[in-house]
Design a protein around this ligand. Structure first.
Ligand SMILES: [Zn+2]
Length: 184
């Protein structure tokens, strides 16, 4: 018989905190809140990831047009969550001639084929390069969204499974916060 978690249990988690958090890409805000928690993507890992995305496209029968490569390249290079307009503007600033509609259509087909992720936010759709389960941290100062990998303690997952009667296969947390430096 499952027992609901008591407030004491929650307090217990705090003292026995074993959550593994890893920010995979740098925050887009000019002043990242906590550099020690952030691992920048090395150029090598970006290229490897991009190659993986190209392979992903090929295996799904998606033609790797110039536009599609450019869109993927921007997403992997920035590591952020960008709108179609952000990407369009970035490409044009780089001197790449590509229409806004083409950017949007490419993003949508990449998303539909599971090559990139898409977040529906109040301000519109944002696209990111990762498709594996991961969590998001939104900066309440700048609005920048970072991908973070969080591993919840197994005992918490078991507790949730007991309480819901579900077997948890994956999870994604939406976290919001402000850089500590902005609060000081
Ligand atoms: Zn993401």
């Amino acid at each position: 018989m499952a027992t609901p978690p008591s407030s004491e249990d929650c307090g217990g988690l705090d003292s026995d905190l074993d959550w593994r958090i890893n920010v995979v890409f740098p925050l887009r805000s000019p002043a990242p809140p906590s550099p020690r928690d952030i691992t920048s993507a090395s150029p090598t890992s970006t290229i490897r990831g991009l190659e993986g995305a190209y392979r992903n496209c090929r295996s799904r029968g998606l033609r790797l047009s110039r536009q599609r490569r450019l869109v993927l390249e921007i997403l992997w290079r920035t590591g952020g969550h960008l709108s179609a307009r952000d990407i369009f503007e970035q490409l044009n600033a780089d001197g790449r001639r590509i229409g806004h509609t083409s950017v949007y259509q490419n993003l949508e087909s990449l998303h539909e084929n599971g090559v990139i992720e898409c977040l529906d936010r109040a301000g519109g759709r944002l696209y990111g390069h990762r498709t594996d389960p991961h969590s998001h941290l939104t900066c309440l100062e700048s609005g920048a969204i970072s991908d973070i990998d969080i591993q919840l303690p197994p005992e918490l997952l078991r507790e949730i499974e007991r309480a819901t009667g579900f077997e948890i296969e994956s999870y994604s947390l939406q976290l919001q916060g402000r850089p500590r430096s902005a609060l000081a």
